[in-house]
Design a protein around this ligand. Structure first.
Ligand code: NAI
Ligand code: MG
Length: 495
């Protein structure tokens, strides 16, 4: 396909209008399955951020005053339009991220429920009354924090966007969205749906661009009240510094290095289904992955053998092939990062028992494909057990007893998710209760839903998305106290 045949996305979405970026830059978005550009997309700069923030600021008082049930109606319309647009959204999102079409279909269909959930929360931003005595009436009201910058990554662009935008709009905030530069397309389709749903101009804006130019400017912007970010812990730390001048609020959904613990009393076949799916699905590009597989020593060799066999059975291929279970890494830098960890693991003395190479067979050689990879004989001290790889690399570590499993599970900077396989009910409670992670899945894995709070302990983040907790990060609590007597003692009476 020549450049001129590519779909073109020449505009940003600001103040309800499709506008050209002020400095007129465009970039090609790469199809990671072919390594070639597939769409031409407008890239904004700081001046575009300024206009988008001004639009969001101007729209804020009206949106904040809009009754909750009316905000809910807008979100329900968006959910319906999202549902109707699924085939188109699945196609562009799969193309831009490299996620297999079958996974994409399931994932995006689920997001309709997410938008419905946020709609259902929009009229539930009420506060509480606080009983005191009959001289005062004390109550709290909750006020939207204002203009929110939503900065999202490339592994699941529409999902991470939905969790932020759905909650922020439900709460009465206005939004400037900055998609990842590797996957800029689907946000523009979403913007069209937002416009069709009748949201007032300026309530939702999209400025594509790089993290360094557009993202950093949004974070530092004095008129942005809050940043909601999903991405790397390193970038989150950087944002804290850049956003410190106006003491911005932050919600962070950062990395993970989840333990997936398999005890010898587990249904090992089921555990293997979950553990291998969790390691290899989405080409390893999810913060929730159980990439640290902690295995009870009596079953360690069996689990290693099965992991090796199953890694070899993963159907890797073009994302638009219905039978494919694993696509490419979403961009070249992530492929390089994953391959670098194969070298790191080897140098640390772990046994590479499966995979480890870029896939160069016919048809895949130009894409960013990597083999499902398994390291055995690893320890929890190795970098492959401590650092987020974000590729299809499982690290299998043996443990001897429950205390050691828990200690290893918690011996990490992260604390986003964890998995636990056992048939012993008391052990399930004991161990899950000792794990420092935002989500613990027992005899299942990656059970993430709209109504379940999701977020990290420790370096995995701040705040929660989803569940009834989803609105809290977008609301300030105001406490109002009214005297019922109207009297106030004179502190400085004449003697
Ligand atoms: P990143 O955190 O740098 O990028 C994510 C988003 O932040 C993108 O939209 C990017 O443009 C923006 N960004 C980057 N620097 C910024 C800055 N200084 N100010 C404002 N915005 C900025 O992550 P990256 O480099 O794409 O991936 C590196 C690693 O991060 C991955 O290999 C993975 O380990 C981790 N990661 C974790 C994710 C998660 O779901 N928690 C998602 C994506 C990456
Ligand atoms: Mg792309």
């Amino acid at each position: 396909m020549s450049l001129s045949d590519q779909p073109r996305y020449d505009h940003l979405f600001i103040d309800g209008e499709w506008v050209l970026p002020l400095d007129g830059e465009t970039a090609e978005s790469i199809d990671p399955a072919t390594g070639r550009g597939w769409a031409t997309v407008a890239m904004g700069g700081p001046a575009d951020v300024d206009r988008a923030v001004a639009a969001a600021r101007a729209a804020y008082p009206g949106w904040r005053r809009t009754p909750g049930h009316v905000r809910a109606a807008h979100l329900r319309r968006l959910a319906d339009l999202f549902q109707a647009a699924l085939p188109e959204l699945v196609a562009v999102e799969s193309r831009d991220t490299g996620t297999p079409i079958t996974d994409m279909r399931g994932g995006l269909a689920g997001q309709v429920q997410w938008y419905q959930w946020f709609a259902s929360l929009a009229d539930k931003t009420h506060g509480t009354t606080v009983p005191f005595d009959d001289t005062v009436h004390a109550f709290t009201t909750r006020v939207p924090v204002g203009v929110v910058g939503a900065i999202v990554p490339w592994n699941a662009p529409l999902l991470t966007t939905c969790l932020k935008v759905g909650a922020a709009l439900a709460a009465g905030c206005t939004v400037v969205l900055k998609p990842a530069e590797q996957t800029p397309v689907s946000a523009l389709h979403l913007a069209r749906l937002v416009a069709e749903a009748g949201f007032p101009p300026g309530v939702f804006n999209v400025v594509n661009g790089t993290g360094a130019r557009v993202g950093a400017h949004l974070v530092a912007h004095p008129d942005v009240d809050k940043i909601s970010f999903t991405g790397s812990t390193a970038t989150g730390r950087r944002m804290l510094v850049d956003g410190s001048a106006n003491l911005k609020r932050f919600t962070f959904e950062l990395g993970g290095k989840a333990p997936h613990i398999i005890f010898d009393d587990a249904d090992v076949d089921q555990a293997l289904n979950a553990a291998t799916a969790s390691a290899f699905r989405l080409c390893g590009q999810s913060c929730a992955l159980g990439s640290r597989v902690l295995v009870h020593r009596p079953i360690y060799d069996r689990v290693v053998d099965e992991f090796r066999l199953r890694a070899g059975r993963v159907r890797v291929g073009m994302p638009d092939d219905e039978s494919v279970r694993m696509g490419p890494q979403s961009h070249a830098a992530q492929l390089e990062k994953t391959l670098s960890y194969v070298d790191i693991g080897r140098a640390e003395g772990a046994d590479l028992v499966a995979g480890g190479n870029r896939i160069t067979r016919d048809g895949l050689a130009d894409g960013f494909f990597v083999e499902p990879t398994v390291f055995a004989g690893a320890t929890n001290e190795m970098r492959i057990a401590r650092e987020e790889i974000f590729g299809p690399v499982a690290t299998l570590i043996p443990f001897d007893d429950e205390d050691e499993a828990v200690a290893m599970a918690n011996d990490t900077d992260y604390g986003l998710t964890a998995g636990l396989w056992t048939r012993d009910l008391a052990r399930a409670h004991r161990v899950s209760n000792r794990i420092d992670a935002g989500s613990v899945w027992v005899n299942t894995y990656s059970f993430v839903r709209w109504n379940l709070p999701y977020g990290g302990f420790k370096a995995s983040g701040w705040g929660r998305e989803n569940g009834l907790d989803a609105l809290a990060p977008y609301l300030e609590t105001r406490t109002t106290v009214m005297s019922l007597t109207g009297t106030f003692p004179d502190n400085f009476p004449e003697n």
